[in-house]
Ligand binder design. Sequence first.
Ligand SMILES: [Zn+2]
Length: 338
Amino acid sequence: MGEYEKKLEEIEKRIEEISGAANAAAVETLRREFLGKAGPFQDLMKGLKNLPPDEKPGMGKRINGLKNRAAKALETRLVELREQLGDDVSDLDYTLPGTRPTQGRLHLLTRTIEQILTVFQDMGFHVVEGPDIEDEWHNFEALRLHADHPARDTQDSFYLGEDRLLKTHTSPMQIRYMEEHPLPIQMVAPGYCYRRDPFTSRHSPTFFQIEALMIDKNITFAHLKGVLVEFVRGFFGRERKVRFRPDFFPFVEPGCEIAMDCPFCDGEGCRVCSQSGWIEILGAGMVHPGVLEYCNIDSKANTGFAFGMGVERPAMIRYGIDDIRHFYENDFRFLSQF
Ligand SMILES: [Zn+2]
């Protein structure tokens, strides 16, 4: 057996060792050894010229075959190691304890919105969403907030040019819904609202409201009362008392303000309720006939109620939060408490 033949057999044996490589680093070392510039195949190919001519083609074929076997064995071992150890098969210490990923959760406001909507969905209300950019008709005019109304002061709203503004309340969705849907109507519309308010502990230029609207034949104030009492008890607890007081909003008649007994002092009076024993939570009323007529609904034959509420305030009451800014600063230390 010639020197040449011996070398080939040696390489063959060494290729078998590849399948025992302990890790990716060992595979890489072998890869350089076999297939790198200083590898054995280069030399063997050069040595071919010293062989008798009739042996050259056969020997060349054998060398290439071995080279392919080596490449294949390296690849196979790497795949095996990956399957056993996962993607990163370098010099990891697999006995080290892992890092626990931080568990994500829904933002407190998102959860509050979902909880409130669920109470209304359970009573048969559909959830609909409207645009953030409104025109003056939907945001003001159709709600009887006419040009001379104080709410129309351009200083209070974010105008985006002539007749375009960020909606200042969720009530425009009442109008949009009545324009597009036949009766009966029973919907809730959640959405962000935007007003030029300073960012303080009790006010935010961006806040979240939920609007509700129910219109059909023979809808009375009793329906409004029933729905709102059910909402307060469904969200704040069955033991809550609900108070209705007359109030004025241009788009309802009659209008009312709804409060519940303070859950912190059970109506005794405390800091949260400013010693009054009551906490105002929303404004409501029977939809003004003028608004129905603007939306081409016969106000002689149909009636309905509407109400709107902020979401931050109920969340602050329910979770004992004293500053509205916490909701919007996204400080993880605050958010992760809930
Ligand atoms: Zn109180």
